[in-house]
Design a protein around this ligand. Sequence first.
Ligand SMILES: [Zn+2]
Length: 179
Amino acid sequence: MPDADAHPSRLSSTAEHVDLHTLRQRQWRVLRSGALTIAVVIVLILIAYANRDEVTIRACGERMKIAAAILQQRAERNLPRTAALPDPLDPNASSEQTEAVTRLREHGYYNVLYANQAIFKPQAGVACCGAPHTRLFGHSGRWVIVYEGSRRTYEVEWMSELEFEQRAADLGLRAARGQ
Ligand SMILES: [Zn+2]
């Protein structure tokens, strides 16, 4: 009788051991796939944020280029003088031009004295982003419209915040810092 009992009990203990092992393996697999899913979701969120930063920067750059083109056009009509940013309510402006100028006046910094500075300096800062664009990956920075005196052109440049800090005073854009 005791012999008959011992045998099944040993079997059941081995079976329990195997079950426990399988269970642990299954738990580990569940944990691992859970961790992997979380990691993938985090990476996707980071990519979405980084992409949003780039889209915002590109859209601001496009508006800056439109504003620079408007200034260029006005300056060419006004030779040999520089041009002022037009009134956003100008009835002859297209909606794209109106938006670019309005955005620049509201969210950007416009150096009303740039034309005076251009008399004495080869370059003058006309306008820039009112605050730096931050980036999840990479340096934050701003778009700057620079008037090149020798060529009489309005160039749009992307400057990292470090470069902007170094050049702001020389370009006459010091007031835009810390806004
Ligand atoms: Zn901007």
